[in-house]
Design a binder for this molecule. Structure first.
Ligand code: C2E
Ligand code: CA
Ligand code: CA
Ligand code: CA
Length: 278
């Protein structure tokens, strides 16, 4: 018996060591990825439901690992956060997104706005508002076209601090969207106090909308709530015509999802969608 337990113990320890080693290795690779400029932004269009036009794009980060190819953010964002690398990578993403945005502006695409995801950690950093201010100072048109997507969790962690940084950011002319809306613990009272412009309904609710009547009434309630607070609403993860049709009936402002387009490499986005807007 002792022998078996001994063996099992050894087995688990070996496994744990592997995991720690793997994480350390990934952490080093991510550090180098930033230096070697291996992160890339893909862009997913957002479409106005009434006009059918592209109103903006969301920047979604990927790591172009020379060994394995494109790595999606779900497998590295948490490590960037745990190691604090998210500060530098987050600033890189803002810089890169604005650079692309200003190039589109220069080409005459005045209607397309750009949204960048911001980690709660990044936003809580005391230097964040100043860093943003510096970035948008590059061009006076930058702030007007920029939207930051933040999650409910970020706001709930420290309401007072969140409200004051959001005010500072909005004073620069930047818009704020609440991402993954409905997955946190928002209350009506807090939502009405937040200086934000847009709610993005989490794709989980959009998936339930067609199959489940309660799901439909939930989405309808969120849209009406947003409008009563003078907020715009974006539905995430719209994959079918039926979802799109229902969302139009419910007066949702914009949709984003595979139905219209997956996130695209910048050259593909420009080739496919931005050209004809110009
Ligand atoms: P998110 O901000 O909620 O982004 C939406 C995610 O849903 C993206 O996954 C997108 O590719 C995916 N998606 C879009 N349309 C559909 C659809 O119709 N169906 C389905 N099933 N999925 C759809 P992605 O690109 O893997 O990003 C995952 C998450 O990583 C993002 O969720 C965001 O929280 C985070 N993230 C991405 N880029 C950044 C960044 O630059 N900074 C930070 N802090 N987080 C980022
Ligand atoms: Ca987002
Ligand atoms: Ca989201
Ligand atoms: Ca999400």
């Amino acid at each position: 018996k002792a022998k078996v337990e001994g063996h099992r113990h050894l087995f688990y320890t070996q496994k744990m060591t592997d995991t720690v080693a793997q994480r350390l290795n990934l952490e080093n690779q991510l550090r180098q990825a930033l230096d070697k400029n291996e992160f890339v932004l893909h862009y997913q269009p957002k479409v106005n439901l009434a006009s059918g036009e592209i109103t903006g794009v969301e920047a979604l980060i990927r790591w172009n690992d020379p060994l394995t190819g494109l790595v999606l953010p779900d497998s590295f964002i948490s490590i960037l956060e745990e190691t604090g690398l998210i500060y530098d990578v987050g600033l890189w993403a803002l810089h890169q997104a604005l650079q692309d945005f200003l190039r589109w502006r220069a080409a005459g695409l005045n209607a397309v706005r750009i949204a960048v995801n911001v980690s709660p950690l990044q936003m809580r950093h005391p230097g964040f508002a100043a860093a943003i201010e510096q970035i948008v100072a590059i061009d006076p048109r930058a702030a007007q076209g920029l939207e930051l997507e933040i999650t409910e969790g970020m706001v709930m962690a420290d309401m007072k601090q969140a409200i004051s940084s959001l005010h500072a950011i909005r004073a620069l002319g930047i818009s704020i969207a609440i991402d993954d809306f409905g997955t946190g613990y928002s209350s009506l009272g807090y939502l009405s106090k937040l200086p934000v412009d847009t709610l993005k309904i989490d794709r989980m609710f959009i998936a339930d909308m067609v199959t489940d009547p309660q799901g439909l009434s939930l989405v309808s309630t969120i849209i009406n709530l947003a409008h009563s607070l003078q907020l715009k609403v974006v539905a995430e993860g719209v994959e079918t015509e039926e979802q799109s049709r229902l969302l139009r009936l419910l007066k949702c402002d914009q949709i984003q999802g595979y139905l219209f387009s997956k996130p695209l490499a910048v050259e593909v986005l420009e080739e496919t969608f931005l050209r004809r807007l110009g």
